[in-house]
Design a protein around this ligand. Sequence first.
Ligand SMILES: [Zn+2]
Length: 279
Amino acid sequence: MGIFKRRSIKSLGKKKRDMPEGLWHKCPDCGAIIHEADMQQHFHVCPKCDYHFPMTAPGRIELLVDPGSFVEMDKKLESKNPLEFKGYAEKIKAYQKKTGLKDAMVTGRAKILEKPVVIGVMDFRFLGASMGSVVGEKVTRAIEAATKDRCAVILICASGGARMHEGILSLMQMAKTSAALARHHDAGLAYIGVLTHPTTGGVTASFAALGDVIIAEPKCMIGFAGPRVVKETTHQNLPPGFQTAEFMKKHGLVDMIVSRGDLRERLGSLVDYMEPAEA
Ligand SMILES: [Zn+2]
């Protein structure tokens, strides 16, 4: 009998599960295994195939604005479950705990290449970045702050659509945000919309599609209803690449497709070009 016992396959398996989580990422597009450090260095873009991984709102803000310039607005705004939708309050609490955010939108004043802007970023981790009254209110207040400051507003969109837990109150946010953008436009000020994967539903049908300039990240999905619903409703075969950023650019909904690594630079020059004339 040997002195040392062979480790069983079971115990080896257990050791594997002890590996630190989140250190490696698998690209869903090309299957490449990417180390966390590489992910950070490449702005959460696959270095092999240019696949753009989802990003958190705080991560995007850090990537886009001048260091130390971001001052958050309306940080404590949270939903009070106005329709008393069963289980919604608990859901909100769970997502708040998971993400460290009060809802699916982070807004604030910042500078990009030294130009003042108001920026809002949606966070898909929070209930699929669905638009309820808090998201709509924060977007509206961000636009109104930019109008008051006479600077550009930038909204980084990603959304599963309207938040069903708030019913008609969610749908009202489409009109409210669009009206605020119309007033911003009447004041001669710029709005840049950045569409990221996926931008759908009520967000596409309101502020995401109203930019003076509409930018999209490569290959992101942009639509109102999903492709399966469109196919079943219209009984038509959908063309290749339907609802991708590239398809939308070809059909005029998107002005430019910009890789994440170039986005800060591009936003900076656009804000510079569209600066309002001195009064
Ligand atoms: Zn890849």
